[in-house]
Design a protein around this ligand. Structure first.
Ligand code: HEM
Length: 221
């Protein structure tokens, strides 16, 4: 059982499971963020964010989320290091580099996403956690005013450009990561590969477009 944490295939398996968890998180997070542009009233988004930060099940999910990100990053680094060490011997234990263009840049796009995440969390999540975020009182309940913070940020062109650039790199990471994760979990078969590839493209386009539309609508409308 401990082999799952130490063997190469075990590490790749855990990394894929964590990756699939993050793939689902991205859809949930996007759905909630779209509320900012769908509803004119900021309280709709603030209520949803409030629910997400107070509900006990979601709090557990959040711990799993941070664990998932950490696990995904740590195992990716270990596997990448093993790959680099193995390379001079022309012996590639874990075949990260299949033929796709995006697969060659997974570690680079991952680093860009990590930098984005640190800045993003500092802007919204940690600011609110440490009591520096905007707040609003509605019907006797105090809410973090994330909706106004998002609108304020995306009224600045520099933020719009930074976020959309990050979403594009996220897309490069996801288009390969999505397929790689499902293949690692056993779906690597001639019969299923075209369907997985199509699903990866649809998912990636939906995520990049869905996230990008938020800063674009706020900036231009
Ligand atoms: C337009 C795009 C985005 C907006 C407006 C946005 C907004 C926010 C806000 C307001 C928070 C703090 C409130 C909360 O916890 O729900 C947050 C948290 C977070 N965001 Fe984003 N986000 C965006 C894109 C992303 C992307 C692309 C990622 C991942 C690559 C991401 C990852 C996270 C994480 C990990 C957290 C903390 C965990 C959580 O509590 O949900 N966000 N985001």
């Amino acid at each position: 059982m401990s082999g799952i944490f130490t063997s190469s295939i075990g590490k790749k398996l855990l990394m894929s499971l964590a990756g699939i968890f993050l793939i689902v998180f991205l859809l949930v997070h996007m759905g909630i963020n779209l509320l900012v542009i769908i509803f004119d009233d900021p309280i709709v988004y603030n209520r949803a964010a409030h629910f997400m930060s107070t509900n006990i099940l979601i709090k557990i999910f959040e711990i799993v989320l941070f664990g998932g990100i950490l696990l995904h990053v740590i195992y990716a680094l270990i596997l990448q290091a093993q790959n680099w060490i193995a390379r001079p011997k022309r012996y590639n234990k874990i075949n990260f580099a299949n033929t796709s263009f995006f697969s060659k840049f997974m570690i680079h796009t991952a680093l860009i996403i990590l930098v984005f995440l640190v800045i993003h969390m500092a802007d919204f999540y940690f600011k609110a956690k440490f009591g520096h975020g905007a707040e609003i009182l509605v019907d006797g309940v105090m809410y973090h005013d994330f909706a106004s913070e998002i609108v304020d940020k995306f009224k600045m062109l520099s933020f719009v450009i930074f976020y959309i650039a990050a979403f594009i790199f996220l897309g490069f990471h996801l288009i390969h990561g999505f397929q790689s994760a499902f293949k690692t979990l056993g779906l690597d078969h001639k019969k299923y590969n075209p369907a997985i590839q199509l699903a990866a493209i649809i998912y990636t386009v939906a995520v990049v477009a869905g996230y990008s539309i938020i800063p674009l609508m706020i900036y231009f409308l």
